[in-house]
Design a protein around this ligand. Structure first.
Ligand code: HEM
Length: 504
């Protein structure tokens, strides 16, 4: 009898809590507006389509209900998607927000490196890693971009005057080679050895991540680990990825020790840390002290792995979507070619691109920025509120998941008239000066903005200059059926089909 009373009491308590929570959520849903939900399953049925279809449905609904839209999930679960500048600002600057739960799918691989960490740990790491993007270091990285892009250009030559082919896979391998060399100082030679285990494992992790996002049954880490056959595969891949990074760290530690490298204490700021040395991200991590202690191998590994992840898919998309737009907009491609010849002179094909010379490519930069407007590499940023927060005049309870829809922000017709049209002139100095700080944010904004944005712009510029110097890029027939999909990074669903003509 006593037990029955406890069970009935607990059930009643849960029902009352559920109803009260529901009432609060309904208020929030009404405030923001969104697609009409079905009982129990909310708006989930709308998303019962293929993977690019899920993205297309989301965008369609955001266009109808936006700029800030409420989506119902199962029972009382929900998601708020924001793209109005005032709410975007509030979410991105919120002190009491962490990365969304979605990002935890990456934790087995990246642990709590810069992308996933929060609080004091994030603050300290950001301070340590910021000098790695000092222009003195970026100058050295540009030499790597030149070398790796030359390999890509050479590998592409077999496609000249041939049928259409997918250029995305070539760009991926080039970006992987570039990030491996700049972050770890080693060459995995992905472009000439795409079957390399490390390369295959990095790609497999992206696929596993994508599969998991769209598999609600295994969204919770415990369920995934316990019941899913893919979890076993993932554990094996993560182990291999970690073994590889561990061995590179151990080898580099050995190489640096005999020279008695001076350690850099990050309790004092050391502006000149990078001025004279040739260093990779790994070397920096191996050479710093935090609170008089060096970072251990695990701490170093999570940062190197984070750079490997954040630093190649993002630039691959940036370059590939720029190529996509240049193939469809020959007049823009022609202007970039003219800019190349006017800056580099008649031996433009052989010219070594330096950090300094890349700053002169103003029109190219506009063309890349416009491609990142239409296809921001990270189309949504996820945040998880850890405290009750006021947004738009209503209180959101702690625990809410919010997506900042960069993809939609960049398609605001009031800021970018005729938003689907590709037009680099939107990024002329004059046009840019008229926009607000939250109207165009491909690299996010606020303290958690992209630490690698200047690195990325340099790599993208080198890639496009070298491609356009050598080839005219034409659209392949399959571009007509072009579709995109997204996990954390936006991708062309079936690649970017182009044809190449040699420039003479
Ligand atoms: C076109 C290229 C790129 C784009 C569009 C891009 C975009 C972004 C965005 C939107 C964020 C914020 C994510 C969030 O708040 O959840 C971010 C963070 C980050 N990005 Fe990038 N990224 C690019 C390239 C790179 C590169 C090349 C690197 C490294 C070499 C890099 C390293 C990072 C890291 C470590 C973070 C986390 C920063 C922090 O939380 O302090 N990114 N990026």
């Amino acid at each position: 009898m006593f037990f029955q009373a406890i069970i009935v009491g607990t059930i009643l308590f849960l029902i009352v809590r559920f109803i009260r929570e529901r009432q609060q959520i309904v208020k929030i849903a009404k405030h923001f507006g969104g697609p009409k939900p079905l009982p129990v399953i909310g708006n989930l049925l709308e998303f019962n389509t293929d993977i690019p279809g899920i993205f297309e449905t989301g965008i369609r609904l955001l266009k109808i209900h936006g700029p800030d839209t409420f989506f119902w999930g199962l029972f009382n679960l929900y998601l708020l998607v924001v793209s109005s500048p005032k709410n975007v600002e509030k979410v991105l600057l919120a002190k009491n927000a962490q990365k969304s739960l979605l990002y935890t799918f990456l934790e087995p691989w990246l642990r709590t490196g810069l992308l996933l960490s929060s609080g004091e740990k994030w603050f300290q790491r950001r301070r340590i890693l910021t000098p790695a993007f000092h222009f003195k270091i970026l100058e050295q990285f540009v030499a790597v971009f030149n070398k790796e892009t030359d390999v890509m250009v050479a590998n592409l030559r077999k496609h000249v005057d041939q049928q259409e082919f997918d250029i995305y896979s070539y760009v991926t391998l080039m970006a992987l080679d570039s990030i491996c060399e700049t972050s770890m100082g080693i060459s995995v030679n992905a472009q000439n050895d795409p079957d390399n285990d490390y390369v295959k494992n990095v790609k497999s992790m992206s696929v596993l991540f994508l599969q998991r996002i769209f598999d609600p049954l295994v969204a919770t880490p415990i369920l995934y680990e316990l019941i899913h056959p893919r979890a076993y595969k993932q554990r094996r891949i993560v182990q291999e990825l970690h073994n590889f990074t561990d061995s590179v760290i151990a080898e580099r530690r050995k190489q640096l020790q005999p020279n008695g490298e001076k350690r850099h204490n990050f309790n004092q700021s050391d502006e000149n840390l990078y001025s004279k040395q040739k260093m990779t991200f790994l070397d920096l991590l191996l050479s710093v002290n935090v609170d008089d202690e060096p970072l251990d191998d695990l701490e170093i590994r999570e940062e190197v792995d984070t750079f490997m992840f954040e630093g190649h898919d993002t630039t691959t998309s940036g370059i590939s979507f720029t190529i996509y737009e240049l193939a469809r907009n020959q007049h823009v491609q022609d202007r970039i070619y003219e800019e190349i010849v006017s800056i580099l002179g008649k031996n433009y094909r052989e010219a070594e691109l330096t950090y300094q010379v890349l700053q002169d490519f103003k029109y190219l930069e506009m063309a890349i920025k416009e491609a990142l407007r239409l296809y921001p590499s990270v189309p949504f940023i996820g945040r998880h509120l850890t405290e009750d927060t006021e947004l738009d005049g209503i209180t959101l309870p702690a625990g809410v998941e919010i997506l900042v829809a960069i993809y939609m922000i960049h398609r605001n017709p009031e800021v970018f008239p005729d938003p689907e049209r590709y037009d680099p002139e939107r990024f002329s100095e004059d046009a840019e000066s008229k926009r607000g700080p939250y109207d165009y944010i491909p690299f996010s904004a606020g303290a958690r903005n992209c630490i690698g944005q200047r690195f990325a712009m340099l790599e993208m510029k080198v890639a496009i200059i070298k491609l356009i110097s050598n080839y005219r890029i034409l659209p392949g027939e399959s571009l007509q059926q072009f579709r995109v999909r997204t996990d954390l990074v936006i991708r062309p669903h079936t690649g970017v089909a182009v044809k190449l003509m040699e420039r003479v």
